[in-house]
Design a protein around this ligand. Structure first.
Ligand code: ADP
Ligand code: MG
Length: 705
């Protein structure tokens, strides 16, 4: 008997050849096939008499091919396929462009259904066809209806997929148990599983197709939400070392700090301290734009942890950032009798309370020894903390209480987890930080297991970065301006969408500015007298770090780079950010780039170069001029481009239509509420065995990622 795990080649009518083709679509089992959802639908339901066809109409006609031929237009190198199609009322010409397979498949006397737009040329009315269906006796069951269109591959057409599905779907689907609880289906007015599965492939109308999609979209988002709600509850059942708040020390720290903390900083700091004063591990994410002052919040948490005799570890994605943190920490904590270590794999340092004034070099083995016996209170480092080079020892702590991860999206789930390993019977508290804000609705789902703190308010006295949209006509003027900035000893970033031109790609891609050519162009033609360097993702991490270091120490004026410079490196002297092909980037990403400048005392500028004159692009780039909040921009990004660009989204493997639903905050909140209610009543989901099973399968898939 056929079931979900039946290999695709064992399905009747699918031989080894088709099985192989299906596998290129990642369809290996019957279950994969049933859950291979259409990309969109083609409406063949409204068939018109050819005699009634008018000009400039989107229409669908059905008739017999009485003539078909191909011709090449030599000027445009265009292949044109022309057919005359006739029904009981009249005949009309149908035209396809550059689709050589049509003449191979459609022959004289075939019955076809054609969808397209009617156009007139030289007084001659024809249909420019966007899609068509051949009617064969055995499968006209699905024609004259709304037809599912799937992502196809060579030798597997949507027609074929429908044909196979039609022959197996009924018995399989009828045996399928419902996964969603009855009351959830009722409350959210969803299609039951069986009906949804049938309708998503063979819809009786476009409306019902959408309803079927909605059901699966709901189910996907619901699973993600349940998964994170469950993870959150599991975390609450873990034990951590409770870290009470040492009020006198915190007060002194706030008094001593070189600046007055903003309200958002104080609030975030307080939330962190409160979380840690509990018997289960903190799992908090601190979001705040570049420069919003997240570090001081982590210092607050660190000092309170150390004063309670626990150790702290901070992991940063690059050596430069780790060193920056080391410096900040030891400057801020000088008078507090605390030992701080720096471990980067290259340079290992140590700040000892006995020295009080400066840092000393220390060997890695000494540093590890001091960490293991608890002498180091705060250890700051890079990936070297979790992935020691070959032959070197792993970091061991004596009594780790708090893990801080900076730019958390730069580390994988596993990497973070390996720092948060259970010690004796306890799990350390975790504070993650990110400058890549994510809209609240998305955070509720994909990061539902985290508590969020947000810094919106920027420290006082920050100068707003002046952002301009630059067209080709103003390019030279902008270069003149840049030259003046460099004469004032400022430095400049130039971001290009690509590393190098690739001949195989289409025209638009070749037109895109690429780092290598732009580097040549700027250094030989535009600014021959300036010192210019480049940076891109094909370089090794070591090469990249070296270039960033040289830039920081002002060894050159202009850095031409791909988007690899995204991570938070402080180059206060840089005052100009040029972004080529700005229309190619999402708003959040543009905002990240812009955050590279304006970090010092100089007025800074961001120039968005674009040759696109589409209205949508214009609106998007105008938003960059108008807003300087990463949150505002990320919300707009979500609305315009959907969630695909946000970190952490890909791992959930959502179908496109479900991705699209993540744009809708109201729906997300409703789903979240339902998930919360269900778990609250029945944390182990014992009342819902099917749901429980489905969630287990889902979790397993996520863990394997
Ligand atoms: P990020 O959130 O990007 O990590 P940082 O913590 O590095 O930001 O802070 C950026 C700069 O702002 C640092 O030089 C820091 O000393 C300064 N800063 C942070 N908070 C304040 C504040 N409340 N008032 C003035 N300056 C501040
Ligand atoms: Mg930072």
């Amino acid at each position: 008997m056929l079931n979900f795990s039946t290999p695709i080649e064992n399905i009747p009518k699918i031989g080894p050849v088709y099985a192989k083709r299906f596998k290129t679509l990642k369809i290996k089992t019957l279950g994969d096939l049933i859950f291979y959802f259409p990309k969109y639908y083609q409406d063949y339901s409204n068939i018109k008499n050819i005699a009634d066809v008018k000009i400039n109409e989107e229409i669908c006609v059905k008739g017999r091919v009485i003539e078909i031929e191909e011709e090449k237009s030599w000027k445009k190198k265009l292949l044109i396929t022309k057919a005359i199609v006739q029904d009981e009322t009249a005949a009309i010409q149908v035209v396809w462009f550059n689709q050589p397979y049509i003449a191979k498949n459609v022959k004289k006397d075939d019955e076809i259904i054609v969808v397209g737009k009617t156009t007139i040329s030289r007084n001659y009315l024809y249909i420019s066809s966007t899609s068509f269906e051949k009617i064969t006796e055995k499968e006209n069951i699905h024609l004259g209806k709304v037809s599912a269109v799937y992502a196809e591959t060579k030798g597997v057409t949507s027609r074929w997929i429908r044909y196979i599905l039609n022959s197996i779907i009924d018995p399989i689907v009828s045996r399928l148990p419902e996964t969603l609880p009855e009351e959830v289906i009722r409350k959210h007015d969803l299609l039951p599983l069986k009906e949804a599965l049938y309708q998503i492939h063979f819809p009786s109308s476009l409306e019902i197709a959408e309803k079927a999609q909605m059901r699966f979209c709901f189910e996907n988002v619901f699973m993600i939400t349940l998964f994170s709600v469950k993870k959150k509850i599991e975390n609450e059942n873990e034990t951590a070392s409770q870290v009470p708040i040492n009020n006198p020390v915190m007060e002194r720290f706030l008094d001593d700090a070189p600046f007055q903390l903003t309200n958002d900083q104080k609030k975030a700091g307080w939330q962190v301290l409160k979380d840690m004063n509990r018997k289960y591990p903190m799992n908090r994410l601190l979001q705040g734009d570049v420069g919003s002052g997240k570090t001081v919040v982590s210092v607050m948490a660190a000092i309170n942890t150390v004063k309670n005799k626990f150790q702290v570890v901070l992991m940063a994605p690059t050596e430069i950032l780790a060193k920056q943190h080391f410096k900040t920490f030891f400057e801020m904590l000088k008078g507090y009798n605390i030992n701080i270590g720096l471990l980067t794999g290259k340079e290992d340092k140590y700040y000892s309370k006995k020295l009080k004034s400066d840092t000393i070099e220390i060997s890695r083995s000494k540093l590890l020894e001091k960490t293991e016996d608890g002498e180091i209170d705060i250890l700051i480092g890079t990936h070297a903390l979790i992935m020691p080079e070959k032959g070197k020892d792993k970091v061991q702590f004596d009594n780790l209480g708090l893990v801080i991860v900076d730019e958390q999206h730069r580390f994988g789930v596993k990497q973070r987890a390996s720092l948060c390993k259970r010690q004796k019977d306890k799990i350390p508290h975790l504070l993650s930080m990110t400058a890549t804000p994510i809209p609240r609705s998305l955070a509720l789902t994909i990061w539902g297991d985290l508590d969020l703190s947000t810094i919106i308010e920027m420290p006082k006295g920050r100068k707003k970065i002046i952002t301009e949209i630059v067209t080709e006509l103003e390019r030279q003027k902008t270069y003149n301006f840049i030259k003046k900035e460099v004469e004032k000893k400022r430095q400049v970033f130039v971001i290009c969408p690509r590393i190098e031109a690739n001949e195989k790609e289409n025209y638009a891609a070749i037109e895109m500015k690429n780092v290598k050519e732009e580097y040549d162009n700027l250094s030989t033609k535009i600014f021959p007298e300036l010192k210019i360097n480049m940076l891109h993702g094909k370089m090794t991490p070591k090469e990249k770090e070296k270039i960033m270091k040289d830039f920081k120490s002002k060894k050159f004026d202009i850095l031409v780079s791909t988007s690899v410079i995204e991570v938070g490196i402080d180059i206060p002297n840089a005052s100009v950010m040029v972004i080529e092909g700005a229309d190619r980037f999402g708003l959040s990403q543009l905002h990240q780039f812009r955050g590279r400048v304006g970090r010092g005392e100089h007025q800074s500028y961001c120039f968005l170069f674009t040759d696109s004159n589409s209205k949508k692009t214009g609106q998007r780039l105008q938003a960059m001029r108008k807003y300087d909040s990463g949150f505002k921009l990320s919300e707009m990004d979500l609305k315009i481009r959907g969630p695909g660009d946000f970190f952490g989204i890909k791992q959930w493997g959502l179908p496109d239509f479900a991705m699209n639903a993540l744009k809708d905050p109201k729906m997300i909140e409703a789903i979240k509420k339902t998930a919360d209610e269900i778990i609250e009543q029945d944390p182990l989901l014992n009342k819902y065995p099917n749901l429980k099973k489905r969630l287990e399968v889902f979790s397993e898939k996520i863990h394997l990622e």
